[in-house]
Design a protein around this ligand. Structure first.
Ligand code: ZN
Length: 130
């Protein structure tokens, strides 16, 4: 079982809560138990599990910007987005979440986010059940 959806992003760096969309796909799948891989087929975006709180989202963006600041990136000579590739790799392009009784198991402060590092773009999110 495999599903995908598209998310348009607006900013170069952006965090977008996709929990509702992923949970809707899990409900529609009728899968009761297993694992759901939430994956982005992109090398400049990522999937992150964090609390959906405005201040915390800004904190994450601050940390991301600082992590890649001050480097003379070689990749920027051909394509000005080395920072985007590096953050995508560090955060990870997919996360696996457990599914039990037809629901994703997650903490109350653990929402699923698409992390955009090279927007604005149209991003694909894939949900694959195991
Ligand atoms: Zn590039």
């Amino acid at each position: 079982m495999f599903k995908e959806f598209e998310i348009p992003t607006k900013d170069r760096y952006e965090l977008i809560d996709i929990t509702d969309k992923v949970e809707e796909i899990v409900k529609q799948s009728n899968i009761k138990t297993g694992l759901a891989l939430v994956f982005v087929p992109h090398s400049t975006a990522a999937v992150l599990l964090i609390e959906n709180e405005t201040g915390l989202k800004q904190d994450w963006l601050k940390v991301f910007k600082k992590m890649v600041a001050g480097f003379d990136f070689m990749h920027n000579r051909i394509d000005n987005n080395a920072d985007s590739h590096i953050l995508s790799g560090l955060v990870g392009q997919g996360k696996v979440v457990p599914v039990e009784n037809g629901n994703i198991i997650r903490g109350a402060w653990q929402q699923i986010f698409l992390a955009e590092f090279d927007g604005p773009k149209k991003r694909k999110v894939i949900v694959k059940f195991i």
